[in-house]
Design a protein around this ligand. Structure first.
Ligand SMILES: Cc1ncc(COP(=O)(O)O)c(C=O)c1O
Length: 381
């Protein structure tokens, strides 16, 4: 019997066509200045730093920069291969079979997978309808005797919704009252108009996850980690998988980028906002397309195509194969609403956005009718 053809692998295709692809699929940042990072990596290369192990606990200069960046002097900084590895360690360390984590749908589902690997489960609050974020009331109602953790991703990937200070404070107080760990994933905080860290409201129980992937445009470098008070940090860091330290080039790149960030970031944000404004404006003319959250507080948002009767996976494939524009279909981010939307990130150079704006209506037209039309979900609280 002939073997059935392998399913289409969008990432394989996009990597094979890296230089022709407009990368708007992974919230990567293509606007951060590269010269400083490149010089630092080149220097580490010339000094042959790769021949020896790194200083295992991590470059103290990098840790100090992270602490200063967050304004949290009372924390330990853990370095890992991206926020992802830190998320794996902390779920492993703090959760066990039967435990529950209050989380959301949509969400960054890799964290949910790590929760499940620890034997725990997520209780997902549906956030696709306004106000598109967890409210203190809903968090309170979701708490059971098994709840151990609240996952607060702020701003939220993929919707781009952000949390007002009073909600961050109230959610932190709920976590404190119930002795829960508050996992504050701040991967996109630099894109936000006004971001509030949860840590100051609940220092002993908050783990803050940081990353230089999205703010500093270093996703390929794989550098991030966590910040927590010493007692909580020690509990988590027993599970550190990088006992011999994190990649020397990644550490050198992160130092250079964080030194440059205060000066460089305002123009990254300005361009990202202008890009999302242009997409929003164009979307007003695309029949059956809507933006559940605008403006986004992150560097991404979702385009709802359900009313148009478009299958997001068909749209993703059409955009990539016919136009070289790579967006991400919603099924990767939402068990409940993934059939409704496609996610676009927009910290790209303006000519990428030009190509997207040209391609999207054509791809919509080509894929109209690939899915039954879906009704909008009811508003939440
Ligand atoms: C909410 C969220 N947290 C964490 C990460 C992981 O980032 P990294 O491992 O690149 O630091 C991502 C990546 O997309 C994300 O969206």
């Amino acid at each position: 019997m002939p073997a059935s053809p392998a399913p289409f692998d969008a990432f394989r295709y996009a990597h094979d066509h890296y230089h022709e692809t407009v990368w708007m699929s992974q919230n990567t940042n293509h606007l951060f200045p590269t010269a400083g990072v490149e010089a630092a990596v080149r220097k580490a290369m010339e000094e042959k730093r790769y021949q020896g192990y790194p200083y295992a606990p991590g470059d103290p200069k990098l840790k100090a920069l992270v602490r200063t960046d967050f304004g949290l002097p009372d924390t330990e900084v853990g370095l890992a291969s991206g926020g992802t590895e830190a998320l794996y360690m902390l779920t492993r360390a703090l959760l066990g079979p039967g435990d529950e984590v209050i989380a959301s749908d949509p969400s960054y589902l890799i964290i949910h997978k790590f929760v499940e690997l620890a034997g725990a489960r997520t209780v997902n609050l549906p956030l696709y309808a306004p106000p598109n974020r967890m409210t203190p009331d809903r968090v309170n109602e979701a708490i059971t005797p098994r709840t151990r953790m609240v996952l607060l991703i702020d701003p939220l990937n993929p919707l781009g919704s952000g949390y007002p200070k009073e909600d961050v404070r109230a959610i932190a107080e709920i976590a404190k009252d119930h002795k829960l760990v508050l996992l504050n994933d701040t991967t996109y905080r630099d894109f936000s108009e006004s971001h509030t860290l949860a840590h100051p409201f609940y220092p002993e129980g908050t783990v803050t996850v940081w990353s230089v992937s999205k703010n500093c445009g270093l996703a390929g470098i794989r550098m991030g980690g966590l910040l927590a008070r010493k007692e909580l940090y020690d509990k988590i860091w027993r599970f550190n998988t990088n006992d011999l330290g994190v990649n020397v080039f990644a550490q050198a790149a992160a130092v250079a980028a964080l030194e440059e960030k205060p000066k460089a970031f305002p123009s990254v944000v300005r361009q990202s906002r202008e890009n999302q404004r242009r997409i929003h404006e164009a979307a007003q003319g695309w029949k059956g397309v809507s933006l559940p959250v605008y403006p986004s507080q992150g560097n991404m948002f979702v385009l709802d195509v359900a009313e148009r009767g478009v299958d997001p996976e068909a749209l993703q494939k059409e955009l990539l194969l016919k136009h070289g524009v790579f967006l991400r279909a919603g099924n990767y981010l939402s068990p409940g609403f993934g059939k409704r939307f496609i996610r676009a990130s927009f910290s790209n150079v303006p000519k990428d956005i030009d190509r997207f704006l040209e391609a999207f209506p054509l791809a919509l037209e080509a894929t109209s009718g690939t899915s039954p039309k879906l009704v909008a979900p009811a508003a939440g609280r």
